[in-house]
Design a protein around this ligand. Structure first.
Ligand code: PLP
Length: 403
C-alpha cells in the first residue's frame, strides 16, 4: 500500500521539517514554511495561510502558480512524450531555438537544465574559442560581486569569496575586476583573455545594474582582443526587465557573443539556455559538449508556450514595475534606513542601511514572500502577471513589516 494517501492527514509543517532535517543534506538555510499549493501570485502553506509571493521561486515562477496554459501544456505533453535524450530529435527544440534567436538577435541555442549548466557551457565555449587561437588564451574576466552558479567552473568565475573559499583551488585563469571601473577592465583584458563574463544586472550581488557605457567598453575590448563577451541573463533575462533580455535596455543595444538564461524560461520545469552568435558557436564541434536531459520535449514545449504568453506581458511588466518602484520610494521616505530603490521591470532591490532579514521575517508573517540578498538588499522578483493591486497589497504588508 502506498503510504502517502493514508498518511497525508498526519503531515504537519513540523513533521515535514523534521524529516527534511533528518535525511536531506543540510546545505540550505530555509525559511520555516512548508508551501503546499499556489494560484497566480498567491501560495498557501500546509496550514492554509495565504502568502503573496514576490520572490516566485527566485524568479522562476514567471507566471505564478497554476497558470492554465502552462498546466495544459504540461499535462498534454506529459501524456504524450516527456524525454527522448539527444540521440533523437524532438519537435520543440528547433522552434524554441528559432524563437530565442529571433528575440535575442543571436544565432544558435544549446539547451541544458539549469543556470549553472548554461554557465558551464559558456565556459567551455570560451575556453575552446581561446584554444583555437592559442594555448595561452584561457583567461576569463568577470566582476566582483557576480554570481554565475554553484558548479566548479561557475564558482571559479563567481566574484564572491564566500561561495568559493571552501573549494579552492578552482579553475585557473579567472580574473576579477570591480564593476563599473573601466580602467580596471582595460587593464585586465589582453591577448590572453578568452572571454568576459557580465551580469547586466547583478542579482545575488544586490540588484546592481551596469551602465551602458561599461558594457559597451567590454564589447570593444572583447572585439579588440578576440575574446567572447558573455552576458549572464539567468536572473535578469527572459522578460524580467520588461524587455526580452536585460541587455536590450542598453541604447544602442550592446550585443553579447554568448547569452545564458534559465530561471523563468520554462516556468518551473528545469531548463537552461545558452544562445550565441556563429562566431562563438563554431568553437563547439560535434562531441565536445552535451546533456542527457537538456532540452527534453516537456521542458521545451512549456518554454514555447511561455514565450507566446510573454510577448503579451512585456508592456505590463514595465508599467507595473515602474509603479512598484515609485510606491517603494514613497514608502521609503517614511524610514530612514531605506537607502535606495533600484532595478528594472520586475527585478527590484531595496537597499537598506542595516541587515534586511528581520523585515523579510515580519513580511512573511504578514503574508508576503520576498528575500534578502547581499545582507542588506530586499529583493523582489514577483511573477510577471501581477497588477497594481498586488503591488498595493505587497507595499502595505511591507510598510507594517518595516515599522
Ligand atoms: C541563479 C543564477 C545562476 C545559477 O542558476 P542555477 O539554476 O541555480 O544553477 C547563475 N547566474 C545568475 C545570475 C543567477 O541568478
Amino acid at each position: 500500500m502506498p503510504a502517502f494517501p493514508a498518511a497525508a492527514d498526519a503531515i504537519t509543517a513540523q513533521s515535514v521539517i523534521d524529516l527534511e532535517k533528518r535525511y536531506v543534506l543540510q546545505n540550505y538555510g530555509r525559511y520555516p514554511l512548508v508551501l503546499h499549493r499556489g494560484d497566480g501570485p498567491y501560495m498557501w502553506d500546509l496550514d492554509g495561510k495565504r502568502y503573496l509571493d514576490f520572490i516566485a521561486g527566485i524568479g522562476v515562477n514567471a507566471l505564478g502558480q497554476n497558470h492554465p496554459r502552462i498546466v495544459a501544456a504540461i499535462q498534454e505533453q506529459a501524456a504524450r512524450l516527456i524525454h527522448t535524450s539527444n540521440l533523437f530529435y524532438n519537435e520543440f527544440q528547433g522552434p524554441l531555438a528559432e524563437r530565442i534567436a529571433q528575440v535575442s538577435g543571436l544565432d544558435r541555442v544549446f539547451f541544458c537544465n539549469s543556470g549553472t549548466e548554461a554557465t558551464e557551457g559558456s565556459l567551455k565555449m570560451i575556453k575552446a574559442h581561446g584554444r583555437d587561437v592559442s594555448p595561452d588564451k584561457y583567461e576569463i574576466v568577470s566582476l566582483e560581486n557576480s554570481f554565475h552558479g554553484r558548479t566548479l567552473g561557475a564558482l571559479a568565475i563567481t566574484g564572491q569569496p564566500k561561495y568559493r573559499k571552501d573549494f579552492e583551488p578552482l579553475m585557473p585563469g579567472a580574473r576579477f575586476v570591480p564593476a563599473e571601473d573601466i580602467a580596471a577592465l582595460e587593464a585586465a583584458v589582453n591577448e590572453r583573455t578568452a572571454g568576459i563574463f557580465i551580469e547586466w544586472i547583478q542579482g545575488e550581488g544586490g540588484v546592481v545594474p551596469l551602465s551602458d557605457e561599461y558594457c559597451r567598453r567590454a564589447r570593444e575590448l572583447a572585439d579588440k582582443h578576440n575574446a567572447l563577451l558573455c552576458f549572464d541573463e539567468i536572473q535578469c533575462g527572459v522578460g524580467r526587465t520588461g524587455t526580452y533580455f536585460a541587455y536590450q535596455l542598453s541604447q544602442p543595444v550592446v550585443m553579447p557573443d554568448i547569452m545564458t538564461a534559465a530561471k523563468p524560461v520554462a516556468c518551473g520545469i528545469p531548463l537552461g539556455v545558452l544562445a550565441c552568435n556563429e562566431r562563438a558557436a563554431k568553437a563547439i564541434r560535434p562531441g565536445m559538449h552535451g546533456s542527457t536531459f537538456g532540452g527534453n520535449a516537456l521542458a521545451t514545449r512549456v518554454a514555447l508556450e511561455f514565450f507566446d504568453i510573454l510577448e503579451e506581458l512585456l508592456p505590463s511588466i514595465t508599467r507595473v514595475g515602474e509603479y512598484f518602484r515609485s510606491e517603494l520610494r514613497a514608502m521609503g521616505q517614511q524610514f530612514d534606513f531605506v537607502k535606495e530603490v533600484r532595478g528594472y521591470g520586475l527585478m527590484i532591490g531595496v537597499e537598506l542601511t542595516k541587515p534586511g532579514n528581520d523585515i523579510v521575517t515580519r513580511a512573511r508573517e504578514g503574508g508576503l514572500l520576498l528575500n534578502c540578498t547581499h545582507e542588506t538588499v530586499l529583493r523582489f522578483l514577483p511573477p510577471y502577471i501581477i497588477t497594481e493591486q498586488h503591488v498595493d497589497e505587497a507595499v502595505g504588508i511591507l510598510r507594517k513589516a518595516m515599522a
